[in-house]
Design a protein around this ligand. Structure first.
Ligand code: AMP
Ligand code: GLY
Length: 425
């Protein structure tokens, strides 16, 4: 089966590498991909909004499966378009339609959904210009920190956590005034939850689900979780405190009610469901839903699978996931992101990356890279991930940083403390 993977990050590179291992996989294409995906398959460059070009490519190249990596095309309804296309009768599409993707695309939809199906999450208020005074009163009458979330997609920047009361009120007004464009014309103000975050992933066909390995993501740019939020600077799987009891709690109180709720709402859902959770006083609460895999969580979760990924995906698209158990590698995996100095603020691109040939390629997942005149250059903020296994977290950390020391580029930056908080003392 020929496969087209849409996206250009480490997530897509990791999905492609795993799919390449399947006996059933034919050619793999990435659009647009990066310098690393060129070694796994072929890169093409089709604008995801140019539906006719996408369709033509799928027909001409006998594509049997499209994997939609990032959230934006899912929220925009690309999966609906592809799977409803009479001209593509054999095509399987991994990723939910626009209705299911609203779990990520609209915080207000996700919060109302969780409330309706009694899925544990932070208490909230929904504010737009018509009830701004309610929002300001809430801030005046409650202690901070204040959590303000743009309703729509804002490239991972739409959540503000503010300690100061006056600053929170000013930011609320700015958001409603278009700080994040249309995405913040509505704002969700949430109760601040204090606890440890972790992420759980399921692949679902809309009726049943396969539970994938869980992971912890390191979102802040600086060590000890300081500095601005990023897409993610590193990840670890498994999460040591995610024991059988917590797993069962998450399945019973979060995953199953979410899938049942989608069914009750008549929302078909084929693809990954990513639950961003926080453990507060022994109870896991949902911080956010995503309608796709995480990045860099994918780079530790997917390499740990010992079940054929293509079989799993086909079972999902064909509605046959019942009782599907996923086998996983023993031990741990740690991924560390090498970023361009300055990220997530301004940074330079076009720096040559040295030393890549010295790495075990199984452990390298490219993101912001491109090939120019035979050289591999940086082309984004998060440049690549190194993800290594180990018999435990400490060994995986050591393996990861040993590999990281073999590469360099001008102003390379990476966190040195990924996984340290999870080590047993
Ligand atoms: P989100 O994009 O919704 O995942 O939010 C980004 C980050 O903000 C999360 O990873 C959390 O670290 C933090 N966050 C979001 N909501 C809350 C909350 N209600 N309480 C505390 N922290 C939160
Ligand atoms: N690493 C977080 C995300 O992919 O949303």
């Amino acid at each position: 089966m020929n496969i087209l993977i849409l996206g250009s990050g480490g997530r897509e590179h990791a999905l492609g590498k795993a799919l390449k291992k399947s006996q059933k996989t034919g050619k793999i294409f990435f659009s647009p991909g990066n310098a690393g995906t060129l070694l796994t398959g072929s890169n093409i460059n089709i604008d995801h909004n140019d539906y006719d070009a996408l369709r033509l490519f799928i027909q001409k190249n006998d594509i049997g499966l499209v994997v939609i990596g990032p959230e934006a095309p899912l929220v925009d309804g690309l999966a609906d378009q592809l799977s409803g296309d009479d001209g593509l009768p054999q095509l399987r599409v991994l990723g939910p339609g626009s209705k299911g993707a609203r779990l990520e695309g609209s915080k207000s939809f996700a919060k109302a959904f969780m409330k309706k199906y009694t899925i544990p999450t932070a208490a909230y208020l929904e504010i737009d210009t018509s009830n701004l005074s309610d929002g300001l009163n809430y801030i005046d009458n409650n202690e901070g920190p204040y959590v303000l979330k743009a309703d729509g997609l804002a490239a991972g920047k739409g959540v503000l956590i503010i300690k100061d009361r006056e600053e929170a009120k000013a930011q609320l007004k700015e958001m409603l005034d278009g700080k994040f464009g249309a995405a913040s014309s509505k704002v969700v103000i949430e109760e601040f939850l204090d606890g440890i975050e972790f992420s759980v992933f399921a692949l679902t066909d809309g009726n049943n689900f396969a539970l994938l390995p869980e992971a912890k993501d390191y979102k802040r740019v600086g060590e000890n979780d300081e500095g601005p939020n990023t897409g993610g600077m590193g990840s670890v799987s498994p999460v040591p405190f995610f024991d059988e009891q917590l797993k069962q709690q998450v399945i019973d109180s979060v995953i199953q009610p979410t899938i049942d709720g989608l069914k009750k709402e008549n929302i078909p859902y084929t693809g990954f469901l990513f639950f961003g959770l926080i453990l507060c006083d022994g109870q896991a609460k949902v911080i956010e839903y995503n309608c796709r895999m995480g990045d860099p969580e994918t780079q530790v979760v997917i390499p740990r699978l010992r079940t054929d990924l293509l079989d799993l995906i086909i079972d999902s698209t064909d509605g046959k996931l019942s009782n599907k158990k996923v086998a996983t590698e023993d031990g741990s995996r740690v991924a560390v992101i090498a970023a361009s100095g300055g990220y997530p603020n301004d940074y330079e691109k076009g720096k040559e990356i040295f030393g890549l040939e010295n790495l075990n390629q199984d452990n390298v997942f490219h993101a912001g890279t491109q090939i120019k005149d035979g050289k591999t250059l940086t082309s984004g903020g998060r440049v690549l991930a190194i993800s290594c296994p180990g018999k435990n977290i400490q060994e995986a950390i050591d393996n990861c940083y040993r590999e990281m020391n073999k590469i360099c580029f001008d102003k390379i930056y990476y966190r040195k403390d990924i996984g340290k908080d999870l080590l047993e003392t």
